[in-house]
Ligand binder design. Structure first.
Ligand SMILES: [Zn+2]
Length: 390
């Protein structure tokens, strides 16, 4: 007992005392901060924390009304309204901000930019475009151009999209893939109007931007084919193999048509068989099966799909084998086989669609420009495959 260090009895209270003092100082500091803010702020904050966004907005709108000097709060509210999809309120808030005489130049530009974004979200593209164009020579120029690029793509105004992307181009982003695609879009428009020469000019411009643009080469081949120059078409298409072999599936049927037109149909079939051997994922199984059936008969077609299934077992491959087997099966087995075939078709329906590798949007037709997320070249040219680089 005599070993007990009595000096602790003095030191401990001193420590507690210091802690109490520190806490007091902190609380005093917080209290003095609090008194400088309107109590309604905290009321609003409380609503936000409880997930009662509507009430929070009402409180903040009220503060904004009574404290006209709170420019930042009006910006925040505008932003909040837009995020919640209350576009009319967002637009009104930003328009009111723009009417103020006491805004600095930067604040005015910021309000104009935010208003343009409201219009964009509301689908009022022409009004957004006007506001964004006015911001060209300000600190917001780059951000405005970025939004304008989105507007022009939405409106399919590819010429303006090209000009804007060229203005945006810098060391960090070349936009060469996008610009090449914009030229391809213009080429498709011209092609649809039978303006072959204009289409060709755009495709050459696309290739000048991006030498690896598979879409431009595929389209150039189609123009050659349309003019009856089948060998040139074949050469252009086969040139795609070195950069994006799987994209050949998109024109495989046309490729065979050109071989047929030259009286070299068998050569076309052999070419597809060779490509399939090299790129097992090449999406031409149905086409080659159909082709072999027509040229060499059922046995050759059946043998082909069986070999394919053995080398690369896939559900679509299995479905094809069953389809061929059904044709040679004895009558008493056909009923069951047909049921299996139906179930298999049902189960593999998802694998007959193209998938955007960015947003997952699925479509029956192939897209170079995703209609859902507006990204370019995100669809693998293989049905059922969800990742472009897999
Ligand atoms: Zn997408």
């Amino acid at each position: 007992m005599s070993d007990f260090p009595y000096w602790w009895l003095i030191v401990l209270p001193v420590f507690f005392g210091l802690g109490w003092l520190a806490a007091r100082v902190d609380i005093k500091h917080v209290l003095s901060e609090t008194r400088s803010l309107p109590a309604a702020y905290f009321k609003g904050l409380n609503f936000l924390l409880n997930g009662q966004t509507n009430q929070a907005v009402d409180v903040y709108v009220d503060i904004a009304r009574h404290h006209a000097e709170t420019v930042d709060l009006q910006f925040t509210l505008g932003h909040l309204f837009r995020r919640r999809g209350e576009l009319e309120r967002a637009i009104r808030m930003h328009q009111k901000l723009l009417e103020r005489r006491d805004l600095s130049e930067t604040q005015r530009q910021s309000a104009q930019f935010e208003l343009a974004k409201d219009f964009l979200k509301a689908g009022l593209f022409d009004r957004a475009e006007t506001l964004l164009t006015e911001l060209q020579n300000t600190d917001y120029a780059r951000r405005a151009r970025n939004e304008l690029l989105a507007v022009y793509q939405q409106e399919k105004d590819w010429q303006k999209a090209i000009e804007t992307a060229q203005q945006l181009r810098d060391e960090s982003q070349s936009y060469q893939h996008e610009i090449a695609q914009f030229h391809c879009e213009l080429a498709e428009q011209a092609f649809a109007r039978s303006q072959q020469q204009v289409a060709q000019q755009h495709l050459n411009a696309a290739l000048a931007e991006n030498r690896q643009c598979a879409r431009a080469k595929l389209l150039l081949g189609e123009i050659e084919q349309g003019c009856g120059r089948h060998q040139q078409a074949i050469d252009l298409w086969l040139d795609v193999e070195s950069q994006d072999a799987l994209a050949l599936a998109l024109i495989a049927r046309k490729l065979l048509a050109s071989y047929d037109a030259l009286g070299r149909g068998e050569e076309g079939t052999l070419l597809l068989l060779r490509l399939l051997g090299q790129y097992p994922e090449l999406d031409v199984l149905d086409l080659v099966y159909e082709r072999l059936m027509a040229q060499r008969g059922l046995d050759a077609a059946y043998e082909f799909v069986r070999e394919q299934l053995k080398a690369h077992p896939t559900m679509p491959g299995l479905r094809k084998v069953l389809e061929a087997h059904l044709l040679v099966a004895p009558d008493d087995q056909k009923y069951e086989l047909e049921i299996i075939g139906k179930l298999l078709t049902e189960a593999t329906r998802e694998q007959t669609l193209y998938y955007c590798s960015t947003c997952g949007f699925k479509a029956r037709q192939y897209f170079w420009h995703c209609p859902a997320c507006s990204e370019w070249e995100t669809y693998p040219p293989v049905r059922g495959r969800k990742n472009r680089t897999a």
